[in-house]
Design a protein around this ligand. Structure first.
Ligand code: NAD
Length: 482
């Protein structure tokens, strides 16, 4: 066990391609070149403030297994620091640091008053029974909480790859048992099931945010034209990589609510293509039942899944892992618009190639910020100990009923019952979460495009997004005194 402050300014590189952390640093540097910050601040904003690595043993089926995990804190200009915990067979300190940095910038972009953090446990969750995973998760949570890396005021995890509401419930319960007198204990983690202090709409929040972000992009004709596209989202052909939490929800919403056509789905064991469109739910059900998508009947199967990222489509939506579009395949990507639902799917080198070809990228630090936005709502709900809408809903309905009666009296006509019901119905928690998320994604995009269209030296939305984020964080530090 060791607690180390990260010292390095640049991460190592593998071969000639940047590592994930290097990519984030280079993207940050690119934005920084357009700004003028006080001496010392750029370094402070760049690197993680602290990284905690832990190794802990758990007895699994009579044998001791040792697990390695990390929690990185990128910034504490606002507290708590916030970011998911991922469970994956390949997790490295560099990766956790890169993800923590992205979290700081993401929170700033969507005006969520948190610093950035991220955690990871090196484990293949599929190799363990539920009871074993619970034991491992609880032990990891204890290790982090004991050192202040989980707490409602200082550091609040959430789900990420390989974790979900179940793991968050175990973490919350572990923390509560360690801190029985902390009345705000439930706010120590977000993404919990609604019955365990969670909030309606959190499970699908990242995918929902991707949908709202895309909708906002398509509201701006000149932005759409810049990607060589026209019209709205309806009818757009989408290829999605990763049918997990983020990819599944984003693709389902785009298919059912925006009439997009999901023509390709890429998973770990290959890809499916159907020119006429795939049913996302049916493929997801097949994957759930069979562990993968290979053998799915109503589509062409492509063994080399990654190659489908290069197929013709309007929107390419990587929603699985980092480093999927690299200098090796970037020049072959045909999609004019890339929607980064995953964190870091495009490396720095690939980003340069794509930009030179005119591909428009909706960057991760904006597009997948829906999860942390709704996590913020959940955290507030936990601190206020009341669900959103509980106090106002009936009052709102009574007011609407009165207004309807006045309209009916004045016009001498009665409103059809179905319309009246819709008009009167007050907002419940899910309505409020959705409208708060929608508003957040729209406002954030407008801030980014404002920088993009008004600064000559900015040529892409990612740099614009970094500029928005860096300026907001820098302002906080300057006002506080660095
Ligand atoms: P998940 O574990 O629910 O889903 C990941 C999916 O990708 C799974 O279906 C998996 O089978 C698939 N996959 C794995 N390896 C693959 C490969 N080589 N090729 C294609 N598909 C592969 O994870 P998630 O929570 O949906 O996260 C996906 C991405 O979104 C990650 O980059 C994560 O950091 C990011 N993200 C997640 C959230 C969230 O709220 N869960 C929030 C923001 C960003």
């Amino acid at each position: 066990m060791s607690q180390v402050a990260s010292q390095s300014g640049a991460a190592s590189t593998t071969g000639s391609e940047c590592t994930f952390l290097d990519s984030v640093y280079k993207m940050y540097d690119q934005a920084l070149a357009c700004l003028s910050l006080p001496h010392g601040l750029p370094e402070k904003l760049k690197q993680c403030h602290a990284v905690y690595q832990v190794r802990f043993p758990v007895e699994i089926q009579g044998k001791i297994e040792v697990f390695t995990g990390w929690r990185a804190v990128h910034s504490e200009h606002r507290l708590p620091s916030k970011g998911g915990i991922r469970f994956a067979p390949v997790v490295e300190q560099d990766e956790v640091e890169a993800l923590a940095a992205l979290m700081s910038f993401k929170c700033a972009i969507v005006d969520v008053p948190f610093g950035g953090s991220k955690g990871g446990l090196r484990i293949n969750p599929q190799h363990y029974k539920d009871s074993e995973l619970e034991q491992i998760t609880r032990r990891f949570a204890r290790e982090l909480a004991q050192r202040g890396f989980i707490s409602p005021a200082i550091n609040v995890p959430a789900p990420d790859m390989g974790t979900g509401s179940r793991e968050m419930a175990w973490i919350a319960d572990t923390y509560q048992r360690m801190n029985p007198t902390d009345i705000n204990a439930l706010a120590c983690v977000t993404g919990k099931p609604p019955t365990q202090g969670g909030i309606q709409g959190r499970v699908e929040a990242t995918g929902r945010g991707v949908q709202y972000g895309l909708r906002e992009f398509f509201r701006h004709e000149e932005d759409v034209r810049m990607a060589g596209l026209s019209g709205g989202l309806a009818g757009k052909r989408v290829i999605v990589q990763g049918l997990g939490n983020v990819g599944y929800h984003a693709a389902t919403f785009l298919q059912h609510e925006d009439n997009c056509k999901i023509v390709g789905i890429v998973e770990w064991d290959g890809a499916l293509y159907n020119h006429d469109g795939l049913s996302v739910e049916t493929v997801a059900a097949y994957k759930y039942a069979n562990g993968g998508i290979k053998g799915y009947p109503d589509a062409e199967y492509v063994e080399d899944g990654l190659s489908l990222l290069e197929a013709e489509c309007d929107i390419l939506m990587p929603a699985a892992l980092e480093g999927q579009i690299t200098r090796e395949n970037a020049a072959r990507i045909k999609a004019p618009l890339i929607a980064e639902a995953a964190n870091g799917p495009v490396t720095f080198e690939a980003d340069e190639i794509l930009r030179s070809r005119g591909t428009v990228i909706l960057p991760d630090l904006y597009l997948n910020a829906g999860g942390v936005t709704v996590s913020y709502f959940e955290w507030i709900k936990n601190l206020s100990h009341i669900r959103f809408g509980r106090m106002e809903r009936r009052h709102e309905e009574n007011r609407s009923q009165q207004m309807l009666s006045v309209i009916e009296q004045m016009t001498g006509q009665s409103v059809p019952p179905s319309l009246a019901r819709e008009f009167i119905s007050g907002a419940d928690e899910l309505d409020l979460v959705r409208s708060g998320l929608d508003d957040t994604m729209c406002k954030a995009y407008r801030e980014i495009r404002e920088v993009f269209w008004n600064r000559e030296e900015v040529n892409d939305l990612r740099t614009a997004a970094f500029i928005v984020a860096i300026q907001k964080i820098a302002r906080t530090y300057i006002e506080m005194g660095i």
